[in-house]
Design a binder for this molecule. Structure first.
Ligand code: CTP
Length: 409
């Protein structure tokens, strides 16, 4: 998906071993549809050559404020004006100190200062030794950058080039791209806490077998990512799926419907929005075997009895906070036929203000889907699109309904 289509990113490199990751970062941004203009400090060019970044970005790299290619002699003004965002990765301790002081003695720091800051956000991806990252001077400088409106990305944890282990290494390129994409999304859910269920549940028959379904978790994970991009704090309660956790999302892994209900109930008091996207198994085996159930030679299947699972969505929707309007509940309906009729009936039966209908066999495991939004007022058809695009649209729909109700509690 071209998440950075039509975006022009100024990628600045300051000096640090992490410059080797910036080559991959440049490639990933281009793959996501961006055009990339690279600017390097003199120190950065000691770690990676401008030729590599020129080849990857398909544009000449700028190194100096005295560059004669700019017809008006003002590369520092032109480059900042042209960009949709300036991303400094890696941002060394020294470069962060420079930005914090507003110094401008090389092209990259000059253009960070000269860019139209209301229109062109500045993101920095710090990269340094753990002692430098923890030093009070760096803490002070980072706080100043935040106060000045820059976005300071997190740092990675683990082994560092210096042989030490701790906080301070630069995030991986794919993580930085996710954070950059998020920076462009409107913060329509800022101040909200969104609780999401995703994936299937697994109901054990015995220690080695169980009942589950084909839900991939992709839609629920896309919703968690979109909610986080929209500025919400997000808790994702996930059944057994192999999806990667979206950045900034707190994930709780569960297996059975009852585990999922317990995890949801532990988080629901802090939530302002609950989105039940999980394909919860309707039934579980009443008495799962404590040992593997063996064939007994009769040719007959084991006499399994089933009991109904708790309805997580209906339970949450019936809670005091949901009924008082402090927790906005959204349900999903996976149907195989008569989507509109079933979705309308399900919305009323579950007692939720908004229900999202889809055709189960058309969505399970797919990267895209089509939705039907059903509320008390009517029905909106959302045409087929990638799940992340649908999830972002759904966040806008939820935010619109929340705004109509008043500010976040
Ligand atoms: N749901 C839930 N707990 C359950 C069953 C469903 O929270 N035990 C939620 C789902 O996450 C979804 C909505 O309820 O948001 C509808 O799920 P769906 O499987 O479509 O409906 P069911 O309630 O199972 O009804 P039916 O099987 O009759 O279609």
């Amino acid at each position: 998906m071209e998440d950075l289509a039509k975006k022009h990113i100024l990628l600045g490199l300051s000096g640090g071993v992490a410059c080797y990751k910036s080559a991959e970062l440049c490639r990933l941004m281009m793959k996501a549809g961006a055009t990339v203009q690279v600017v390097m400090t003199e120190a950065a060019s000691r770690f990676i050559t401008p030729v590599t970044l020129q080849a990857l970005s398909q544009r000449p790299v700028y190194l100096s404020q005295w560059d004669e290619r700019a017809a008006n002699g003002m590369a520092h003004i032109n480059l900042g004006r042209e960009a949709d965002a300036c991303l400094v990765a890696p941002a060394s301790a020294d470069f962060i100190a420079k930005l914090a002081q507003g110094r401008a003695d090389d092209l990259l720091s000059l253009l960070c200062l000269a860019r139209p800051s209301q229109r062109v956000p500045l993101l920095v991806a710090p990269a340094m030794n753990r002692e430098m990252w923890a030093h009070p001077a760096t803490r002070r400088n980072v706080a100043q950058l935040l106060a000045d409106g820059a976005t300071v990305l997190d740092v990675g944890r683990g082994e560092q080039a210096c042989g030490e282990t701790g906080d301070g290494r630069m995030l991986e390129p794919a993580e930085i791209v996710q954070d950059l994409v998020a920076a462009f999304q409107p913060k329509v859910l800022a101040g909200h806490h969104v609780l999401v269920t995703a994936g299937p549940t697994y109901e054990a028959m015995d220690p080695v077998r169980g009942i589950t379904n084909l839900s991939s978790g992709k839609m629920g994970f896309a919703i968690a990512r979109a909610a986080s991009e929209a500025g919400a704090e997000v808790t994702l309660v996930a059944g057994p799926v192999g999806q990667p956790t979206p950045r900034g999302v707190a994930r709780i892994d569960v297996r059975s419907a009852r585990d999922m209900l317990a995890a949801v109930q532990a988080s629901q008091d802090r939530a302002t929005v609950f989105i039940a996207c999980a394909a919860v198994a309707d039934w579980r085996v009443a008495q799962p075997g404590s040992q593997k159930i063996k064939k007994d030679g009769s040719g007959l299947p084991p006499p399994l009895e089933f009991v109904e699972n708790p309805d997580i969505l209906a339970t949450v929707a019936a809670s005091g906070r949901a009924r008082r309007g402090e927790l906005f509940c959204v349900g999903f309906a996976a149907e195989s036929h008569d989507l509109l009729t079933h979705a309308q009936a399900k919305r009323v039966r579950k007692g939720v203000p908004l229900l999202v209908g889809n055709i189960g066999p058309d969505t399970f495991g797919q990267d895209d889907n089509a939705l039907l939004l059903v509320d008390a007022v009517g029905v909106t058809e959302v045409p087929r699109a990638p799940k992340l695009v649908l999830a972002r649209g759904l966040m806008t729909e939820i935010a619109r309904r929340l705004a109509a109700k008043g500010p976040a509690p």
